[in-house]
Design a protein around this ligand. Structure first.
Ligand SMILES: C[S@@+](CC[C@H](N)C(=O)[O-])C[C@H]1O[C@@H](n2cnc3c(N)ncnc32)[C@H](O)[C@@H]1O
Length: 279
C-alpha cells in the first residue's frame, strides 16, 4: 500500500465508521485490509478502494468488520461491579418504582460481542437475588446492545463464548450460575439472553429523537473517533436518557472534555464516576 492509497483508504474508513487511522497506522490497516482485498478479487488497493467507495453493502459491511477493534471482556473496569451492581441499579430501580415505572431500559452502545450487555444482565440478576431492586423484576428490564459491526452483533446475539473469552474477567461463581456448557464453549443462560436485544447502529448516525434509557454505557469506543465526532455523539446521547438517567464510560474516559452537556457524579464512597445529562 502506498501512502497515497493509505490516505484514500483511511478517508473512506472515516466516512463509513468515524474511525480514525493515524499516520503511523498504515501497517495495521494493511494487515486488516489485505485479506479483504484478496477476497473481493482486487489486484491492488486502488481497485479495492474504488470498490469500497462505490460501496455495495457486502463490501461496506466487510470493511466495517475488518477495521473495527472489537476487543472486550466481562465487567472490564475496576468499579464496574460496585458502581453499577452496588449503586446505580438499586438507585435507578428505586427511582423507577417511585415514579410508577416497572422496568429499567439500559443501552450498551458499542456492545461488541455482548460481554458488556451480559455483564449488566448478570448484575441485574445478582441485585434481584440480593433484593436490592425492590419490587422491580429483572424480567421486565431491557438491555439494548448496538454496534456498527455485523460480526459483533451476530456473536452478541448468540451469547456463546470460547474458553479464552470466558477467562477474561468473569468470576467463576458467575460462570457457574449464568452459563450453560455448549459445543465449543459456554452460552449465556436463556433467562439472561431474553433481557437483551442487539441492533445495528452507527453512533455517528444516531437520530436526534428523545430517548428514555435509564442507563447508557458508552465505553471504549470514542477513543477511535475525532474530537468533533466525540462531541457530536456525546451531545446527541444527552437526550437519549430519561431525566435522572446515567451515563457510564470507560475507566479512563472523560466526557466532560468533549461535551458541555454532562455533569460528573460519584458513588457515595467517592470512587466510581458516572455522568448525568444537563438537558
Ligand atoms: C473496543 S470495543 C468496546 C466494546 C465494549 N463497549 C467494551 O468496553 O468492552 C469497540 C466497539 O465499537 C464498535 N464501533 C466502532 N465504530 C462504531 C460506530 N461508528 N458506531 C457504533 N459502534 C462502533 C466496534 O465495532 C466495537 O465493537
Amino acid at each position: 500500500m502506498s501512502r497515497a492509497q493509505y490516505d484514500v483508504m483511511r478517508r473512506i474508513v472515516e466516512e463509513v465508521t468515524g474511525i480514525i487511522f493515524n499516520d503511523g497506522d498504515m501497517e495495521f490497516m494493511v494487515r486488516r485490509l489485505k485479506p479483504l482485498a484478496l477476497r473481493f478479487g482486487c489486484k491492488d488497493f486502488d481497485e479495492f478502494s474504488s470498490k469500497a467507495r462505490r460501496g455495495t453493502t457486502v463490501v461496506r459491511n466487510s470493511l466495517v468488520d475488518a477495521v473495527t477493534t472489537r476487543e472486550t471482556l466481562w465487567f472490564r473496569d475496576r468499579y464496574f461491579e460496585s458502581l453499577i451492581g452496588g449503586h446505580l441499579l438499586p438507585t435507578l430501580a428505586e427511582e423507577a418504582i417511585g415514579a410508577g415505572r416497572s422496568k429499567l431500559k439500559i443501552w450498551s452502545a458499542a456492545s461488541s460481542s455482548g460481554q458488556e450487555a451480559y455483564s449488566i444482565a448478570m448484575l441485574l440478576a445478582e441485585a434481584q437475588n440480593k433484593g436490592t431492586l425492590g419490587t422491580l423484576r429483572m424480567e421486565n428490564c431491557l438491555i439494548h446492545g448496538t454496534d456498527i459491526s455485523l460480526a459483533a452483533l451476530e456473536s452478541a446475539r448468540k451469547g456463546c463464548y470460547d474458553g479464552v473469552a470466558m477467562a477474561r474477567g468473569l468470576p467463576p461463581a458467575l460462570k457457574a450460575r449464568y452459563f450453560d456448557r455448549v459445543d465449543g464453549g459456554f452460552q449465556v443462560k436463556e433467562r439472561l439472553r431474553r433481557l437483551t436485544r442487539f441492533d445495528r447502529l452507527n453512533l455517528l448516525q444516531m437520530d436526534q429523537r428523545r430517548g428514555n434509557y435509564d442507563m447508557i454505557l458508552l465505553r471504549n469506543v470514542l477513543i477511535y473517533f475525532t474530537k468533533e465526532a466525540r462531541t457530536k455523539i456525546l451531545d446527541r446521547m444527552a437526550i437519549k436518557l430519561r431525566p435522572g438517567g446515567v451515563l457510564v464510560v470507560g475507566g479512563s474516559e472523560d466526557p466532560l472534555r468533549y461535551s458541555s452537556l454532562w455533569t460528573r457524579e460519584r458513588m457515595p464512597s467517592g470512587t466510581g464516576a458516572y455522568f448525568k445529562a444537563k438537558v
